[in-house]
Every structure is written in structure tokens, then in C-alpha cells.
Design a binder for this molecule. Structure first.
Ligand SMILES: [Zn+2]
Length: 151
């Protein structure tokens, strides 16, 4: 049995890193944190590389500028291999996770020091209207397979 492994990730040039950094005007595409320098930039694969083969068959390269967004360290680590909607759901669950796991958090809520404001998560790149080409690929692939069209 052959286990599929995605190809080694492309090493970005300084110009490519700069272009990713500027895509959201120096902010993390997810939480909006200001990345003060290029050193704080983490280049995130919006659609994770573990789906590389599926997209490659359809002619899409997940290891390309079309699939990169700038991220802060925290978002990049927290998102890890999540697709966008799973990442969003994980963030929306954070108050419940804190209530379950963090006694200090529960205590602070009881004393009114912390107030939970549950709301749908809108990512910074969505709120600011940044277009992400790879997110259109999903729609194409879904449409194709839903209609049963074969390549
Ligand atoms: Zn972030």
C-alpha cells in the first residue's frame, strides 16, 4: 500500500513573502492582529496541504500564491490542518472549552470579570473583502461533483 504524502512545501522568495504580507495590509487574515514586521508573518495554506492530491487532480496547486494568506503565529498554530469552516467552528467553541477546562476562567466569569459574548466569527480577510482564489476552487469542485460531470 502506498501512503500519499504531499510534496515538500515550496520555499517562498522574499518578494512572495512580501506579497503575502501585503495581502491583508500587514494584518493576520484571520484575527486581524497587526503583524508589525515580516518576521511575524506566518504563511498559511488556506486549504491545507493534506488535500493537495485531490486539488492537483483538478488542476489546482495548493502550494501557490492563490492559496496563501498571512497569519499570526497563534492563528497559524491553532488552524494547523483545519479547513476554514472547521477553524471557524473551533474558535466559536472557545468559550465552551474555556468554561470546561479553565477554572480561573470560570471563576472570572462568576465574578463578572470576564463576559462571554458568543457570536459568529467573521475572519479579517472576509470583513475587509480580500479575495482568496483557492476558496473559489472549492465551489468549482463541489459544483462539478454534485452535477456528476466527469473530466
Ligand atoms: Zn491571527
Amino acid at each position: 500500500m502506498t501512503v500519499y504524502r504531499p510534496p515538500a512545501r515550496k520555499r517562498l522568495t522574499q518578494d512572495e513573502r512580501r506579497a503575502v504580507y501585503e495581502r491583508c495590509n500587514g494584518h493576520c487574515a484571520y484575527c486581524g492582529f497587526e503583524l508589525e514586521t515580516m518576521h511575524q508573518l506566518h504563511v498559511d495554506h488556506v486549504i491545507p496541504m493534506e488535500f493537495y492530491e485531490l486539488y492537483e487532480v483538478e488542476g489546482y496547486d495548493l502550494d501557490s500564491m492563490d492559496n496563501f494568506l498571512p497569519a499570526c503565529c497563534s492563528c497559524n498554530i491553532y488552524k494547523h490542518t483545519y479547513r476554514l469552516e472547521k477553524f471557524r467552528a473551533a474558535i466559536e467553541r472557545m468559550p465552551d472549552v474555556l468554561q470546561r477546562d479553565a477554572a480561573t476562567f470560570r471563576h472570572a466569569v462568576r465574578f463578572g470579570m470576564v463576559e462571554i459574548k458568543q457570536h459568529p466569527v467573521v475572519f479579517y480577510f472576509e470583513a475587509t473583502g480580500v479575495d482568496v482564489p483557492s476558496l473559489h476552487w472549492d465551489a468549482e469542485i463541489e459544483k462539478k461533483y454534485r452535477t456528476g460531470e466527469q473530466k
